[in-house]
Design a protein around this ligand. Structure first.
Ligand SMILES: CCCCCCCCCCCC(=O)SCCNC(=O)CCNC(=O)[C@H](O)C(C)(C)COP(=O)(O)OP(=O)(O)OC[C@H]1O[C@@H](n2cnc3c(N)ncnc32)[C@H](O)[C@@H]1OP(=O)(O)O
Length: 230
């Protein structure tokens, strides 16, 4: 694989050179890049985090519509072998299942490896409505689970959510931008304990707080370790 994670281009071409005579490009669109639906607040926050990536403290995490595309290195090709081309095309990561920009989950994640922390800039669109004008609690749970899950994956490897507990403190207005801030608190054997806060950009409003338990599925290296091996 030539590049992981992609460095800011709109999509990345992964080229397989080992098993086929000619290279076989597989195009994956990176959805965690600005689009015209992003508000000024979302753009400003995104720029601020990109700035913090320059000294290596933070890393921008690309986001694809299919889970398998997130797997780096050899494991990507191993996972690809286990599914048909149809399966790969028809399966979509739940928060990436809407084609129209801005109507559903608009989000971008950044990882701080040394703090074992993942933040997600999240702008919920109109199709996520719960109470009139506000995000559905299930959509909030989804973005928390995805952020915490990605954090746990980078730190511990393949994981599944065993428990997710959320306190909803203040509703999230549709079209607003919130910061989902998660970190690994403790790792005990296969158990990964995490916590998360969802706040408004100015930090004044706490929208939700959560704790979670993820269970590591096997002894594979964390994504972070795999990335640094390449
Ligand atoms: C950019 C990145 C890429 C992109 C990545 C994108 C990230 C998306 C993230 C989405 C994540 C999801 O939605 S995942 C989907 C939702 N989750 C699920 O469907 C999980 C369903 N549950 C399961 O499959 C299973 O129960 C597991 C895997 C969680 C655990 O099963 P297991 O492997 O057999 O382990 P098991 O022996 O039962 O448990 C191991 C230890 O954990 C404890 N334990 C297990 N469950 C619990 C629990 N709910 N609460 C307390 N403790 C528990 C046990 O007591 C035991 O402790 P001890 O005796 O050792 O002390």
């Amino acid at each position: 694989v030539e590049e992981f994670p992609p460095s800011g281009s709109n999509g990345v071409t992964l080229r397989c050179r080992s098993r086929v005579k000619s290279s076989c490009p597989i195009q994956s669109k990176d959805y965690a890049l600005p689009n015209s639906s992003w508000s000024q607040g979302m753009m400003d926050l995104y720029s601020r985090f990109l700035e913090m990536c320059k000294d290596g403290t933070w890393k921008r995490i690309p986001s694809y519509s299919n889970s398998v595309d997130h797997i780096p290195g050899k494991a990507f090709w191993e996972s690809l072998k286990l599914m048909s081309e149809k399966e790969r095309k028809d399966t979509r990561l739940f928060p990436r299942n809407m084609d129209t920009e801005g109507v559903g989950f608009e989000y971008a994640m950044f990882l701080n490896p040394s703090e074992k922390r993942m933040v997600c800039l999240f702008q919920p669109g109109p199709y996520l409505e719960g109470p009139s004008g506000f995000a559905h609690g299930g959509s909030t749970a989804t973005i928390i689970d995805s952020t915490i899950g990605s954090c746990a994956t980078f730190v511990a490897g393949r994981v599944m959510t065993a428990n997710l507990s959320i306190n909803y403190r203040n509703p999230i207005p549709l079209g607003s931008v919130v910061l989902v801030d998660s970190k690994v608190d403790q790792v005990e054997g296969r158990k990964v304990f995490l916590s998360c806060h969802v706040r408004s950009i100015d930090g004044q409003t706490l929208h939700a707080e959560a704790t979670a338990l993820f269970i590591r599925l096997d002894s594979t290296k964390s994504l972070q370790q795999q990335m640094s091996c390449q």
